[in-house]
Write a protein that binds this ligand. Structure first.
Ligand SMILES: [Zn+2]
Length: 280
């Protein structure tokens, strides 16, 4: 498991946590990109799965502790965990404890979207009963995303699990909003229609948590769009709009599924857009 990555953004202290790894099918993860190309970037296991990270972000905001995404659902049991090569426990809870943050200290949770690998630790099992993992947290999600998570169809039903929503009351928002000073929620439709990125700014520095618009740095080139995306052409349009903003604003980027160090930047050259890691 990756250790905690602390970093500063102006006045704000941020911590990239790790909820361990998920192994996903390499072909699905790279969409229409042929394996002869993507296998140069990452090495698949014998089942053709590639290693990805799970990277919730913790923010020490003057008003309260904020978590961007909770972690992955490990409740469905061993067979489910073996499909994705998941360990039994959520390491993110141990990392919070390492920082002296108790689950009840989390005051606000910002959801990029409600897929099981991002919002799965909203609830946990206590003596066979589902309970909220962060009992005092206020949850914010886009209205469209909550609608998608509760109106499933054949294409989306494997990604959402009702047990991760049970007992959680969500505040739903629409469009770009600032729930707290320095924190901006930005709709980034494509992977789902209701997904949002989280932009954070302080003292002239800008950061964006990419959500699944750009899950890892190796997927940053415009055509590297996952087969999981419900609306890939919308992903492409959203990327063009946000990439321009993130390059021009010199945003520091944090990648949701980056398996290694999650911080990087986007650069634009004659080769198109690419991501560059901040540390090698
Ligand atoms: Zn994801």
């Amino acid at each position: 498991m990756r250790p905690i990555v602390p970093f500063r953004l102006g006045q704000l202290e941020l911590f990239f946590l790790s909820d361990g790894e998920i192994w996903l099918d390499g072909g699905s993860t790279f969409g229409t990109i042929p394996k002869v190309l993507w296998s140069k970037l990452t090495e698949p296991d014998p089942q053709n799965r590639i290693r990805l990270g799970l990277n919730p972000l913790l923010i020490r905001h003057p008003e309260r502790w904020i978590l961007v995404e909770t972690g992955i659902d490990r409740k469905p049991g061993e067979k489910f965990r073996s499909i994705y090569k998941l360990s039994a426990d959520n390491p993110v809870l141990g990392q919070l404890a390492e920082l002296g943050v108790r689950p009840e200290d989390i005051g606000l949770i910002l959801h990029t979207h409600l897929h099981f690998d991002h919002a799965g630790l909203n609830t946990r099992l206590e003596e066979g009963r589902l309970v909220p993992t962060f009992p005092n947290a206020h949850h914010i999600v886009q209205k469209q995303e909550l609608w998608e998570a509760t109106h499933l169809h054949e294409r989306s039903q494997a990604s959402y699990r009702a047990e991760n929503l049970e007992g959680i009351s969500f505040e739903t928002v629409e469009g770009e909003i600032e729930p707290l000073p320095g924190i901006r929620l930005v709709p980034v439709p494509g992977h789902t229609l209701g997904m949002q990125a989280v932009e954070i700014y302080s003292e002239g520095q800008q950061f964006a948590y990419t959500a699944d618009l750009v899950p890892t740095m190796m997927q940053a080139p415009l055509p590297y769009i996952m087969a999981f995306d419900l609306y890939p052409m919308t992903t492409l349009e959203t990327r063009k709009r946000l990439y321009e903003r993130w390059v021009q604003g010199q945003y520091l980027l944090g990648f949701t599924h980056e398996p290694g160090h999650p911080l990087g930047r986007l650069v634009h050259s004659e080769k198109g857009y690419q991501a560059e890691p901040l540390y090698r």
